[in-house]
Design a protein around this ligand. Structure first.
Ligand code: NAD
Length: 256
């Protein structure tokens, strides 16, 4: 089997895959041969574009929508099952990438309970209950990859609540790995540093801002979505079969 198709026959769900790191991850997993459920929150047009791009490159994918800050994932899970069935792919999931998330630069002084709850609902409760809903579908040898953040290691006071959500993701990763290990399922997290996505929209066409933000990055630039997606793909593949319960830094060496 060629290196480029190492995920042939696998199914994957990537949350928040209509743009940014999730999009790059869906595209990379599809390039590696996986059939990918491209999940989107609101922008079905963008998700359909991602799916069309994957098809054009010879891959298999479909779009599924759903607000992950809600509490009922029944419709989403049914849509995912139907999407794989429509493509003639056997039910069950090999790879779950919990990528969708929101950020916040509201420090403890100005944080409201509403914003705090939305952060935790989206970044923590959603991956937790998505895994719960998928427990029976995850196949032996499966992979769960959660997207954390370098901020769990680098303290930025204005990002306190956001950082707390990612700290929870690191704990989720370690403990879930322990639970799912006997089923041959690995659970890991990837911690991006500053990455050029809509989450950092102000930096995208801003060379001065990028220079400033990358001053503390050993590799001397900000991350691109594919820099992170490639690490997710490593964890999703067979080469990472003996790695579980870990949080892997993908920040170009931020604040070493
Ligand atoms: P992004 O804003 O481009 O993408 C976030 C995705 O999550 C979008 O597709 C969005 O629709 C989806 N999403 C958000 N809330 C949702 C909800 N309630 N329901 C369904 N989908 C929802 O940002 P990104 O940089 O690609 O972020 C991806 C992940 O990477 C996030 O978990 C983020 O916390 C993490 N991260 C990003 C950076 C960075 O610098 N960009 C750094 C560290 C970690």
């Amino acid at each position: 089997m060629s290196e480029a198709k190492k995920l042939t026959g696998k199914t994957a769900l990537v949350t928040g895959a209509s743009r940014g790191i999730g999009r790059a991850t869906a595209e990379r997993l599809a390039r590696d041969g996986a059939t990918v459920a491209v999940h989107f929150g609101r922008n079905d047009t963008a998700a359909k574009e991602v799916v069309a791009g994957i098809h054009a490159a010879g891959g298999q994918a479909f779009a599924v929508g759903g607000d992950l800050s809600s509490t009922d994932y029944t419709a989403l899970l049914n849509e995912i099952d139907a999407g794989f069935a429509n493509l003639g792919v056997p039910g069950g999931l090999d790879i779950l990438v919990n990528n969708a998330g929101i950020s916040s630069v509201t420090g403890v002084d100005a944080m409201t309970p509403e914003e705090f709850d939305l952060l935790f609902a989206t970044n923590v409760r959603a991956p937790f209950f998505l895994v719960q809903g998928l427990l029976d579908r995850l196949r032996e040898g499966g992979r769960v990859v959660n997207v954390s953040s370098v901020l769990t290691r680098v303290a930025i006071p204005d990002a306190l609540a956001y950082t707390m959500t990612k700290g929870a993701i690191d704990s989720f990763t370690r403990v879930l790995a322990h639970q799912l290990g006997p089923r041959g399922i690995t659970v890991n997290a990837v911690s991006p540093g500053f990455t050029l996505t809509d989450m950092n929209a102000a930096l995208i066409d801003n060379p001065d801002g990028q220079r400033e933000a990358s001053a503390n990055v050993a590799l001397g630039r900000l991350g691109r979505p594919a820099d992170v997606a490639d690490v997710v793909a490593f964890l999703a593949g067979d080469d990472a079969r003996w790695v579980t319960g870990q949080t892997i830094d993908a920040s170009g060496g931020t604040a070493l």
